[in-house]
Design a protein around this ligand. Structure first.
Ligand code: HDD
Length: 716
């Protein structure tokens, strides 16, 4: 700001190298919350310039009071997250299954806000924790708010909401010392899991690379529970929802995830933000698996059991629409933090099943919004407002925004002409599916929920060798951090019921022996003698033994693309200028971007005596933040070969199976890295014979399209 407190004009801002700020305060006076213009925001009101501050200073008091109350309780789970605005567009209407208005016509668009999250960590925790990712979409439909509050994993740890507080207490930092943050690798989590065989299927997913995504934009999403679709004839079909990312489903590797957590804990948040700012709008197809009501009992698993998937081999996924996220929030707190999701926010045409996990959620989410947002009026916060008109007799309460007029706030009434009045079903009134329920009141789990290992096996068997190795390593890591040997052993007992070799290989890493007879208690944390209404666990052989869709590597669902991927161009003074320009241009054409990395910030001098701006130095970034590396030729290579940071940079990129493009002279540089001797026949090492070699960029880009060179791992 200038001395006289007037804003900088564009010219002055440019001279000062300032980005023009996006703000609703441009050319506006600073005021108090009551709209009074402030003349001095830097000095409190004092009795004399060296005297005490005066209580009378309403400006100071207002500012500090507001500041003191800036935080609201973070979400008890899913505290860490990021979101964006966009739209959902119908591509394949399904009126035969649902009367929901926003699924009726091809081309029809509905605004959405979608928030992605981790589960266990606090609001400020790292994005790259090994964890399930939340995938929650709010649809602002013409018939009211619809929330699809799912995860990036299609099953859950537990079958009944009664166990949710226990699960969350177990995974959160331990209560005595609040350690560890955003990590399941500790005793209380594995103690609980080892006593809950129903979590075996979910554990396979959570220990797989699904739990360390490359980007929110490269994750699948799932509604998890079986829901119902209801059509105009009040007929019900069961439905499972799937989000399929346009960019494919990709992950990082665990060593990389841990290093990203240090280099850029905001990696996923930044990635989503930057992609949208640069016009690389993330996109997902929405798919449904539909099961007719008559087929409710057709499968060897129960549709109401949230620890089970419906294999795509049994019921294919039909794509019905797409979601595009094309606008970042203007204000993180107002939108991303205050958004209130609820699986109970449904519109006519969508309904619940009796999944006992879902039923518990239907209570929990309103309750949690009351505690987080502090008032039953949370629906009036702009990000939560329905675009369908809201009229009812709910009144008052903390922070009420609506000024309801008139004297009538009750029903039935005659003074208000009976308004607002109920809508008939034909007028769009919501009516629950009239499922027949005729039963005893019991605390019991259905016998059909008792197979805990069949689908865990299916998942494990559907993984490629590399993916199975990653699951084994993850389990060795997690159980290796567990201090109590009895918990490790009990967990090996669980794993042995999924797959003997899996259990043996985990055990080898822990120097333990897999117990011959897995320890009981074995069902829902209840010992056999206390089973009461519980059912003994049983193992069912799945009708599908291998499912292509469950593997990320086996299942390249999309045409390979490098759009929005980042390439580090490793440079130093004397670098081949033409090579840098060539690769940058080739990457831009594919929607990707090259970044110049050098031993120093500022610029590098090229072989032609020009200067190229440096994006990051080896100090301010590391190769885990990039998808691929390019080493151009030139004099700079000598300097680079002397630098230990450069060697670490390349070593990591190589170990993390990233594509490395190098000028022939740059290969020398690679001879310094640990695994260089293994580089023969490596499809991820793309050699640039000379700067005129036009094939190089095409080959480099084609190799990058495969995401990672997994063959390197099996040969390490
Ligand atoms: Fe939950 C938040 C997803 C089971 C209770 N949950 C929350 C969010 C997601 C999920 C994505 C974050 C929404 C956002 O971005 O604001 N939760 C799930 C899934 C579950 C699940 C897919 C199982 C299939 N959750 C679950 C159970 C309970 C809860 C069984 C309680 C009985 N979940 C909550 C909550 C949260 C929440 C305490 C915390 C903050 C919030 O709701 O708004 O109510």
């Amino acid at each position: 700001m200038k001395q006289n407190n007037t804003p900088l004009n564009d010219q002055e801002a440019k001279q000062k190298d300032l980005m023009p700020a996006k703000s609703d305060a441009i050319n506006k006076f600073l005021t108090t919350d009551q709209g009074v213009k402030i003349n001095d925001d830097n000095n409190s009101l004092k009795a004399g310039e060296r005297g005490p501050s005066l209580l009378e200073d309403f400006i100071l008091r207002e500012k500090i009071t507001h500041f003191d109350h800036e935080r609201i309780p973070e979400r008890i789970v899913h505290a860490r997250g990021s979101g964006a605005h966009g739209y959902f567009e119908v591509t394949n209407p399904i009126p035969q299954f649902t009367k929901a208005g926003f699924f009726q016509q091809a081309g029809q668009k509905t605004p959405v806000f979608t928030r992605f999250s981790t589960v266990a960590g606090s609001r400020g925790s790292t994005d790259l924790a090994r964890d399930v990712r939340g995938f929650a979409a709010k649809f602002y439909t013409q018939e009211g708010i619809y929330d699809l509050v799912g995860n990036n994993i299609p099953v859950f740890f537990i079958q009944d909401a009664a166990k949710f507080p226990d699960l969350v207490h177990a995974v959160k930092p331990e209560p005595h010392n609040e350690v560890p943050q955003a990590a399941s690798a500790h005793d209380t989590f594995w103690d609980f899991i080892s006593l809950m065989p129903e979590s075996a299927h979910m554990i396979m997913w959570a220990m797989s690379d699904r739990a360390i995504p490359r980007s929110y934009r490269m994750m699948e999403g799932f509604g998890v529970h079986t829901f119902r679709l209801i059509n105009e004839n009040h007929e019900s079909h069961f439905v499972k929802f799937h989000w399929k990312p346009k960019l494919g489903t990709h992950a990082v590797v665990w060593d990389e995830a841990q290093k990203i957590s240090g280099s850029d804990p905001d990696f996923h948040r930044r990635d989503l933000w930057e992609a949208i700012e640069t016009g690389n709008f993330p996109e997902w197809d929405l798919g449904v698996q539909i099961v007719p009501e008559a087929d409710e009992h057709k499968y060897e698993f129960d549709l109401l059991d949230p620890t089970k998937i419906i294999p795509e081999e049994l019921v294919p996924v039909t794509i019905i629409g797409k979601m595009v996220l094309n606008k970042n929030p203007d204000n993180f707190f107002a939108e991303t933090e205050q958004i209130a999701f609820h699986p109970g926010h449904v519109v006519p045409g969508i309904d619940f099943t009796n999944d006992p996990l879902l039923q518990g959620r239907l209570f929990s989410y309103t309750d949690t919004q009351l505690s987080r947002l502090g008032s039953p009026n949370f629906h009036e916060i702009p990000i939560n407002r329905s675009i369908a008109p809201v009229h009812n007799n709910q009144r008052d309460g903390h922070m009420r925004q609506e000024i309801n007029v008139g004297r009538v706030s009750y029903s039935p009434n005659s003074l208000g002409g009976g308004c607002p009045y109920q809508a008939k079903i034909a007028e769009g009134g919501f009516a629950s599916f009239n499922e027949r329920v005729d039963a005893h009141k019991v605390r019991q789990r259905s016998e059909s929920f008792s197979d805990h290992f069949g689908q865990a096996k299916l998942f494990y068997n559907s993984q490629t060798q590399v993916e199975q190795d990653h699951i084994i390593k993850a389990l060795r890591f997690e159980l290796g951090k567990v201090e109590t040997t009895a918990i490790r052993v009990r967990m090996l007992g669980i794993l042995s019921q999924v797959d003997k070799t899996l259990a043996d290989r985990v055990a080898q890493g822990l120097r333990l022996t897999v117990p011959v007879a897995p320890e009981q208690p074995m069902n829902h944390g209840v010992s056999p003698e206390n089973l009461g209404g519980e059912q003994e666990p049983k193992t069912v052989t799945p009708s599908v033994e291998f499912s292509q869709a469950l593997s990320m590597i086996n299942n390249p669902t999309v045409t390979p693309t490098i759009a929005s991927r980042k390439v580090a161009i490793v440079c130093a003074d004397g670098v081949d200028e033409q090579a840098v320009l060539n690769i940058k241009m080739a990457l831009v054409k594919e929607g990707a971007k090259g970044f110049v990395i050098a031993p120093y910030q500022g610029n590098v001098k090229t072989d032609k005596g020009e200067e190229i701006a440096v994006d990051f130095s080896f100090l301010t970034c590391s190769s885990v933040l990039f998808d691929a590396i390019y080493i151009p030729g030139g004099q700079g290579l000598n300097e680079l070969s002397q630098d230990a940071d450069v060697m670490d940079f390349l070593n990591d990129a190589y170990r993390h199976c990233k594509v490395i493009g190098a000028h022939v002279d740059g290969i020398e540089l690679l001879s310094g890295i640990a695994f260089a001797k293994k580089t023969d026949n490596d499809e991820g090492l793309v050699i640039d014979e000379d700067t005129q070699n036009t094939d190089f960029a095409a080959n480099f880009i084609a190799a990058m399209g495969n995401h990672r060179i997994w063959a390197r791992e099996t040969s390490l």
